[in-house]
Design a protein around this ligand. Structure first.
Ligand code: PRP
Length: 190
C-alpha cells in the first residue's frame, strides 16, 4: 500500500505509538484466538461499533477462520471535544436480532469504559447465547467504570491517539498507524 500518511499534516502528530506492521501482527494473533475459542460455534455474530472500529473490524473479520456474520451499531459519547460526557447515545441500532446468537463486540478503544459498559448491558438484555468483547486499545488510567475485555490488542498510556479508525473531530481515521496527537490540536477545543 502506498504511504498516504502525508495527506494529514505530520505537524499534528507527536509520535507513532504503534506502527502498521505491529498492528497487523497483533490483529492476526487476536483473530487466531477468536477463531480457536469459537471453533465449535455454528455462526458467530460480530458487532462493530461505529465509527471507530471500522478498520479494526474489517481487518479482524477477514482473518477469522470461522463462519461469521457482521453487523454494526453506532454509539456516540464524545462529540467533537476531548472529554467524555459519560452519556452514551445510540445513533444506529443493529439490523439483526441477536437472541440466541454468540456475539462478539468489536471496539477500537476503551477509555472511560462508559461506551462498552452501555453496550454490554444493552445487548445482554436481548438474550444472546454469549457476549464477549474484542478491543484493540485500552487506556486503563482513564477508566471510570470497570468493564470486561475478553480480547485486548494493546494497553496504551493516557494520550490522545488517532489513526487506524480513531479520530479527533472526525479527522485522521485513515492513518495506517496509531499515533499520539499533538496536545495543541485537541486543546484548541477542549
Ligand atoms: C470512541 C470509541 C469508543 C469510545 C470509547 O467513540 O470509538 O466507542 O469512544 O470511550 P469510552 O470508553 O470513554 O466510552 P466516539 O464516541 O468518539 O465515536 P466514534 O467511534 O464515532 O469516533
Amino acid at each position: 500500500m502506498p504511504d498516504l500518511a502525508d495527506r494529514f499534516s505530520s505537524d499534528d502528530i507527536e509520535r507513532v505509538l504503534i506502527d502498521a506492521a505491529t498492528i497487523e501482527r497483533r490483529v492476526d494473533e487476536m483473530a487466531r484466538q477468536v477463531s480457536a475459542d469459537f471453533a465449535g460455534v455454528d455462526q458467530l455474530m460480530v458487532v462493530g461499533v461505529l465509527k471507530g472500529a471500522f478498520i479494526f473490524m474489517a481487518d479482524l473479520c477477514r482473518r477469522l477462520t470461522i463462519r461469521h456474520h457482521v453487523d454494526f451499531i453506532a454509539l456516540s459519547s464524545y462529540g467533537r471535544g476531548a472529554t467524555t460526557s459519560g452519556v452514551v447515545r445510540m445513533m444506529m441500532d443493529l439490523k439483526t436480532n441477536i437472541e440466541g446468537s454468540h456475539v462478539l463486540i468489536v471496539e477500537d478503544i476503551v477509555d472511560s469504559g462508559y461506551t462498552l459498559d452501555y453496550l454490554l448491558r444493552n445487548l445482554s438484555t436481548r438474550n444472546p447465547a454469549s457476549l464477549r468483547s474484542c478491543v484493540l486499545l485500552s487506556k486503563p488510567e482513564r477508566r471510570q467504570v470497570e468493564v470486561r475485555i475478553d480480547y485486548l490488542g494493546f494497553e496504551i498510556p493516557d494520550v490522545w491517539v488517532v489513526g487506524y479508525g480513531l479520530d479527533y473531530a472526525d479527522t485522521y481515521r485513515t492513518l495506517p498507524y496509531i499515533a499520539e496527537l499533538k496536545a495543541r490540536i485537541y486543546q484548541q477545543r477542549a
